[in-house]
Design a protein around this ligand. Structure first.
Ligand code: NDP
Ligand code: MG
Length: 391
C-alpha cells in the first residue's frame, strides 16, 4: 500500500532528508511547503508530482505560481496557503518548519488517524500542553522525529509507563565542548553552525553549540512523554551513537543506538508501526571504538540551566525561553551579540517576563503566538544592553 505524505518545511535540512527516503519508493507526496524558496519548492513539487505546494512568504507566491503553471500542482501562498497545504488529506504530516511559525500549520494538520511526524520542537515549546491535548482530541498520533525523542519513544516500548524511573537525553556537546570560557566569548557564527556529527539547519546547529538545544529537548520530552522535570536528565556523549536511555525501576537501562543520521528517525516515523527497509547507514561499533560520556558543564553552557528553570516554572515560560533564544540567535548571526550573549539575553528576558506576569497557561494557538510575540519584543528591547557587551 502506498503511504501519502505531506512535508512542512520541505526545502530545509529535515525536509531534504525526508524526501531522500521518499525517493526510495513506497510513498506519494501530497503537499510540500517552504518559506520563500519558490525555485527549490517548485522543483520538488514537479519531481514528486505534489498536489499542492505553498510558500508562507506572500512575496514568493507569484514566482511559485508561475513556475508551477502547466503542472497539476496547485500553488498557494501566505499563512493561509501553508495551512491549506497542511490540511490537505494525507496519511502523514511531517512537520519541519523551523521556529514558532510551525505551530499553526501543524495544529491545522491534525486529523483522525493521521500521523504527525514532529521535527518542529517549537510546537511543544510554544504550546506544549495545548499541542498534545489538541492532537489527542483530533485523534492524531504524534511521533517524534528529533533523534533523542525518537530513541525514547523506541526504548519506552520495553516496559510499562509506570515502571519508568528516569530518561536521559544525550548531547554531542557541540563544536565547543572543550573550549574555555575566554575562547567561547570569541566564537563566530561560522564556527557555531559547523556541527561535528550532524548536518542540520543553521538555527539548531547554533542551539547545539550553546547546549540550548538539549535544554529545549528536555522540555520537548516533558510534553511528549508526560515526564516530570526530575525524571529527565542530560548526558554529554560526543560520538552521538547512543541517542537516549530509559531507566526502569528494576535497574534495567534501555538505550537506542544508531549512526547519527536524521534519515533513521525520520524513516522510523514514516514507517511506524512497521520498520522501513532501506540502505540505512550501518552502525559499526568496532569502527567507533569507544563511547564516551560526561556530565554537562553548566558553567560554560548556562543555557541548560535556563531551560531547566523554564521547564520547572511551567505555563508559558518555555515559550518565552524559545522566543528569546530565537531573537538572540538572529542577533548573534548578525554579529550584534556575542556567543555567551545568547544565554545572557535569554536569561534576562525570562527574568523580566516572570516579573511582568507573562508566565501563564495558554488556551489557543493565537494566545501562544501572542506570548511569543511579547517575548520577542522584550528580547528586542533588552538586546542593546547585551549587544554593547558583545563589542
Ligand atoms: P532548516 O532551516 O534547514 O529548514 C527550515 C524549513 O522551514 C525550510 O523549508 C524553510 O523554507 C522553512 N521555513 C523557515 N522559516 C519559515 C517560516 N517563517 N514559515 C514557514 N516556513 C519556514 O531547518 P531544519 O530542517 O534544520 O529544522 C527544522 C525543524 O526540525 C526545526 O524545528 C528543528 O529544531 C527541528 N530539528 C531539526 C533537526 C536537524 O537535524 N536538522 C534535528 C531535530 C529537530 P525556506 O527554504 O524557503 O527558507
Ligand atoms: Mg535532537
Amino acid at each position: 500500500m502506498v503511504t501519502s505524505v505531506s512535508i512542512l518545511g520541505a526545502t530545509g535540512s529535515i525536509g531534504t532528508s525526508t524526501l531522500a527516503l521518499v525517493r526510495e519508493g513506497g510513498f506519494r507526496v501530497v503537499a510540500l511547503t517552504a518559506n520563500s524558496d519558490a525555485k527549490k519548492l517548485a522543483a520538488l513539487a514537479k519531481e514528486f508530482d505534489a498536489e499542492i505546494a505553498a510558500v508562507s512568504d506572500e512575496g514568493a507566491y507569484a514566482e511559485l505560481k508561475s513556475l508551477l503553471s502547466g503542472t497539476r500542482t496547485k500553488a498557494a501562498g501566505g499563512a493561509s496557503g501553508t495551512i491549506e497545504a497542511a490540511s490537505a488529506r494525507s496519511d502523514i504530516l511531517l512537520s519541519a518548519i523551523v521556529g514558532a511559525a510551525g505551530l499553526a500549520p501543524t495544529v491545522a494538520g491534525f486529523a483522525p488517524g493521521r500521523k504527525i511526524a514532529l521535527a518542529n520542537k517549537e510546537c511543544l515549546l510554544t504550546a506544549g500542553s495545548l499541542f498534545m491535548r489538541e492532537a489527542q482530541k483530533a485523534g492524531a498520533t504524534v511521533l517524534p522525529v528529533d533523534s533523542e525523542h525518537n530513541a525514547v519513544f523506541q526504548a519506552l516500548a520495553c516496559g510499562k509507563r509506570d515502571a519508568v524511573k528516569r530518561v536521559t537525553l544525550t548531547a554531542s556537546g557541540g563544536p565547543f565542548r572543550t573550549l574555555s570560557r575566554e575562547r567561547l566569548a570569541l566564537v563566530t557564527p561560522e564556527e557555531a553552525v559547523r556541527h561535528p556529527n550532524w548536518s542540520m539547519g543553521a538555527k539548531i546547529s547554533i542551539d547545539s553549540a550553546t547546549l540550548m538545544n538539549k535544554g529545549l529537548e528536555l522540555i520537548e520530552a516533558h510534553y511528549l512523554f508526560d515526564l516530570s522535570s526530575d525524571q529527565l536528565e542530560t548526558l554529554v556523549h560526543p560520538q552521538s551513537v547512543v541517542h537516549a536511555l530509559v531507566e526502569f525501576h528494576d535497574g534495567s537501562v534501555v538505550a537506542q543506538m544508531a549512526h547519527p543520521d536524521m534519515r533513521i528517525p525520520i524513516g522510523f516515523c514514516l514507517a511506524w508501526p512497521e520498520r522501513l527497509e532501506w540502505q540505512a547507514p550501518r552502525l559499526d561499533l568496532a569502527k567507533v571504538g569507544s563511547l564516551h560520556f560526561e556530565a554537562p558543564d553548566h558553567e560554560r553552557f548556562p543555557a541548560l540551566f535556563l531551560a531547566r528553570a523554564a521547564l520547572d516554572a511551567g505555563g508559558s515560560a518555555p515559550n518565552v525561553l524559545n522566543a528569546a533564544n530565537e531573537v538572540a540567535i538572529d542577533a548573534f548571526r548578525a554579529r550584534r551579540l556575542s556567543f555567551p550573549g545568547i544565554p545572557a539575553l535569554t536569561g534576562a528576558v525570562l527574568e523580566k517576563a516572570e516579573k511582568e506576569g507573562l508566565y501563564r497557561e495558554v488556551s489557543t494557538v493565537n494566545d501562544a503566538l501572542g506570548v511569543d510575540h511579547v517575548a520577542r519584543s522584550l528580547a528586542a528591547t533588552l538586546l542593546p544592553q547585551f549587544a554593547a557587551k558583545a563589542s
